[in-house]
Design a protein around this ligand. Structure first.
Ligand code: FES
Length: 142
């Protein structure tokens, strides 16, 4: 019985230790450098509407791919991640309702990526966007 109590106290102590380390040394994710990767030529994107695309980028020399949506609206370009903020399924765009809909649990996002219905707890992630030499460039923290 005493050993079990000491075991529980040790686990609680470890929990506080790890919580303390996290406060002292937060994840380096925010400190990562922003790198720019080409997505598609600007001319391939309609002036208004949504285009599905795949972003190819590299982190530490390893190629990665991300499904994204390029949203052109009111003269502004936005690049949204297609990954649902609930449990990570890939959302689809419904042109008739101008919404992104998740096939897994019915989550919905408006055209700006804001979560508007269902279980998603947050908007779709968006990427920094720039246009250089006619190419849409997307910023990714690497
Ligand atoms: S994973 Fe998208 S709503 Fe659950």
């Amino acid at each position: 019985m005493i050993k079990a109590l000491y075991g529980m106290l040790a686990l609680i102590g470890l929990g506080f230790l790890f919580a303390g380390l996290k406060v002292i040394a937060p994840s380096g994710r925010q400190d990562r450098e922003l790198a720019w990767f080409p997505l598609v030529p600007e001319d391939d994107v309609p002036r208004s509407g949504v285009k599905k695309s795949e972003l190819v980028y590299a982190v530490s020399g390893r190629e990665r791919k991300a499904r994204v949506f390029i949203v052109a609206s009111s003269g502004k370009l936005t690049v949204l991640s297609a990954v649902c903020s609930h449990l990570g399924c890939l959302v689809n765009y419904r042109k008739e309702s101008k919404e992104f809909v998740c096939p897994c649990h019915g989550g919905k996002y408006d055209i700006a990526g804001r979560n508007i219905a269902g279980p998603p707890p947050a908007p779709l992630a968006s990427y920094p966007v720039d246009v250089k030499n006619g190419m849409i460039m997307v910023g990714v923290k690497v």
